[in-house]
Design a protein around this ligand. Structure first.
Ligand code: NAD
Length: 363
């Protein structure tokens, strides 16, 4: 039996609880893991002086595959996002987020939704090229832009975030979406953009998407403007299959689609590059529930299903997926967010739901 060396990042907030349960469930599949457990986030910041200690990246670079619990990013001030840093450092350019309705989820707004989001992960407004209001370099940039675009002269009170989108960055993520579609028997890829307004960034993304699509005649291709896409996915989700989006729209559309299939508690994901992959739930660290054994482990466990698939453990992946589906469909041993009216009454905790999934696997 192959033993898979996998990095497990425990995260912060509710992260450590979710990581512990997910590890137990993955071990219970019978697949052999050599876990390399590392810490990142606000908790380790106090001792390590950084939210992303060197051993985290070193472990991922060595193992080339990992699973990560959520990590807090302070709003406005403090450190930049560890999540974004990991994706950039490891060049995990494609973020894959399957949004599929499980039977029995009362909060799902659509019964038969089955859409896969492929979000570009390294460019766009997340590239981190930011200019703070009032700083010298910001004033210099404002002056430079004034020279190039005198008609659009900016005031001295602006903060600026730059949105770079490249041919190479767009090409590789759109190719990834088409390859994913082929591999998983999907019929259509839809490119999502705002090319009518941002002609030279989103416009470039769309142009490249059309060029890449011409190399995949077996897969249907179309495109949608992002605001229209938001309405369409709510009204007619069955018309869509694989969506490929620049970073920001992909981020927003992921939460929208998660809501349609029953909430963040059931939305898994994976960040994939040519060399390395890191699996994680769509949701964040839900810090207000930290230490309460309350939040839903399903999203991270389903990210574990994606990890198993990536490792070539297809049979274990399917078994675990079916066990999750069975527990969710029974609706008894589930966390509060999957109970009617999101009521805590009758709900079980994170650990108990994990244990129910292990039992459903017959482990
Ligand atoms: P969040 O996803 O942490 O929580 C929003 C709400 O969704 C929660 O209050 C809860 O009601 C619900 N929720 C989330 N996860 C759940 C689960 N597993 N089970 C049941 N309900 C769940 O979003 P937020 O409050 O905007 O972000 C909190 C922090 O997490 C922020 O610092 C944010 O930057 C960070 N974040 C991290 C990641 C990541 O690690 N990849 C992703 C998104 C947000």
């Amino acid at each position: 039996m192959t033993t898979h060396a996998v990095t497990l990042i425990r995260g912060d907030g509710t992260g450590p609880e979710l990581a512990a349960v997910t590890r137990e469930v993955l071990d219970a599949t019978g697949v052999s893991f050599a876990w390399d457990v590392v810490d990142a986030g606000v908790d380790v910041m106090k001792t390590a002086g950084t939210p992303l200690p060197d051993d985290v990246l070193a472990s991922l670079r060595k193992n080339k595959v990992g699973i990560k619990a959520p990590i807090t990013t302070p709003v406005g001030t403090g450190f930049r996002s560890v999540n974004v840093a990991l994706r950039k450092e490891l060049d995990l350019y494609a973020c894959v987020r399957p949004c599929r309705t499980f039977a029995g989820i009362k909060s799902a707004l659509h019964r038969d939704m089955d859409v896969v989001i492929v979000r570009e992960n390294t460019e766009d407004l997340y590239a981190g090229i930011e200019f703070e209001r009032g700083k010298q370099d910001t004033q210099g940039l404002v002056a430079l832009l004034g020279e190039y675009r005198p008609a659009n002269r900016l005031g001295d009170d602006v903060g600026i975030s730059i949105k770079p989108i490249s041919i190479a960055g767009s090409r590789r993520v759109v190719r990834f979406a088409f390859e994913y579609a082929r591999l998983h028997g999907r019929r259509k890829v839809t490119a999502v953009h705002k090319a009518n307004i941002m002609k030279y960034s989103d416009g470039l993304f769309l142009e490249v998407a059309r060029e890449v699509a011409s190399g995949y005649p077996d897969i249907e291709f179309d495109d949608r403007i992002v605001d229209n896409m938001c309405m369409q996915i709510v009204q007619r989700p069955l018309d869509y299959d694989v969506l490929v989006l620049p970073n920001l729209y992909g981020d927003i559309m992921s939460d929208l689609c998660a809501a349609l299939v029953g909430g963040l508690g059931v939305a898994p994901g994976g960040n994939v590059g040519d060399e390395c992959a890191l699996f994680e739930a769509v949701h964040g660290s839900a810090p207000k529930y930290a230490g309460q054994n309350k939040v839903n482990p399903t999203a991270m466990i389903l990210s574990g299903v994606m990890l198993l698939d990536y490792l070539g453990e297809a049979e274990a992946a399917q078994r675990l997926h079916q066990a999750v589906a069975a527990v969710v469909a029974a609706g008894e041993e589930v966390t509060y967010d999957l109970r009617p009216g999101r009521a805590s009454e009758g709900a079980v905790g994170t650990r108990e739901m994990g244990a129910a999934i292990i039992r459903a696997m017959g482990a």
